[in-house]
Design a protein around this ligand. Structure first.
Ligand code: NAD
Length: 316
């Protein structure tokens, strides 16, 4: 709101661990005097939102993304200095189409014992996500875009997706463009993640590959994502969230790692061009993790969510 010079951001703490990790974000932002005014909604929506399986509910995530037309799901995945995993040099961006593919919600029973699910791929949606990926690569100093597919089997759907990517790539001769079959991509990623740079793919593949990438850097507790339509950089809707879900197994136990949501919140600050806040909060998180004194259970430590958050605030 202009009167108070505060920027209004909508916060959906969501289900499970959502409230605990949202509290960390609020605490860290308060500590650094980030000029954000939270408008909170408790409708079992964002943060992580649980989808009841087999109960005929449409995922609230899908509804939100579709209604807001958040078509490009961007998940940066990079090694956190000081947190040792098998790889030290992961620096990947996965970008997946977010409004169609296998997640169109079109499933039905043909006859008893036979169900059908429709995978929808359109030229329009494929072109815009390809354009997003190539433009992202160009404007973020990236060199390579890999289109991930299974067009050898899904010839029509993934075939069309690839055709669109190829078409767009021709407009970006400075970016190396390649096509990799998804199974081979998984194998290459675990053998040597440095083989990839920016990856673009249809919806379901993105969901799977981004969790695989999270595993390369130490797990879901560390991986942010950012969903932002291009062309709406000013004045449009952007959504930042953690890659992980509501983690019901550790909910309300003060065990959740808030890093993924914090790094997501930082992508929001970058979008709002609050760069000094971005640098200070990010440095504090990275320093704190590198020191290794406070680590949550998923990182092999014993710290509680609240101690972990407080340690970040102390660094700030
Ligand atoms: P999940 O991501 O919630 O949990 C998978 C595993 O990772 C669990 O063992 C959990 O304890 C651990 N984990 C996840 N986040 C963590 C964190 N911040 N700190 C420490 N450990 C963490 O996946 P799931 O169990 O398959 O799904 C649970 C629910 O979440 C489901 O209802 C699902 O539909 C929903 N979900 C929502 C989103 C979203 O809102 N974006 C994403 C994925 C799953």
């Amino acid at each position: 709101s202009s009167e108070s010079n505060l920027i209004r951001a909508t916060l959906f703490p969501g289900d499970g661990i959502g409230a605990e990790i949202a509290e960390s974000v609020k605490q860290v932002f308060r500590t650094d005097d980030v000029p954000i005014e939270w408008e909170e909604h408790y409708v079992d929506l964002k943060g992580p939102m649980a989808t009841p399986i087999g109960k005929g509910h449409r995922s609230l995530n899908l509804t939100l993304r579709k209604e807001l037309n958040l078509y490009a799901n961007v998940r940066p995945c990079y090694s956190l200095p000081g947190y040792k995993t098998k790889y030290d040099d992961v620096n990947l961006i996965t970008i997946c189409e977010n409004t169609e593919g296998e997640y169109s919600g079109l499933e039905h029973q043909v006859v008893r014992g036979v169900v059908e699910s429709l995978k929808i791929i359109t030229r329009q949606a494929s072109l815009r996500v390809a354009e997003y990926a190539l433009y992202y690569a160009k404007t973020h100093g990236r060199e390579r875009v890999s289109a991930i597919h299974k067009a050898n089997i899904m010839q029509k759907t993934d075939g069309l997706f690839l055709k669109c990517c190829r078409e767009v790539a021709e407009k970006y001769p400075e970016i190396v463009y390649e096509e990799v079959v998804i199974d081979n991509c998984c194998m290459m990623l675990v053998k040597n993640p440095a083989l990839f740079d920016v990856l673009v793919m249809p919806n379901l593949y993105g969901d799977i590959i981004s969790d695989l990438c999270a595993g390369l850097i130490g797990g879901l507790g560390l991986t942010p994502r950012y969903i932002q339509p291009i062309g709406l950089l000013k004045g449009g809707v952007a959504l930042a969230e953690a890659v992980h879900g509501s983690a019901p197994d550790i909910a309300r136990k003060n065990l959740a790692n808030p890093t993924a949501l914090l790094l997501s919140a930082i992508t929001m600050l970058r979008h709002l061009e609050l760069h000094d806040k971005v640098d200070r909060i990010q440095d504090s998180i990275l320093k704190m993790i590198a020191e290794g004194k406070y680590r949550t259970a998923d990182l092999g430590g014993k710290s509680m969510t609240t101690d972990f958050s407080k340690a970040i605030c102390d660094h700030i």
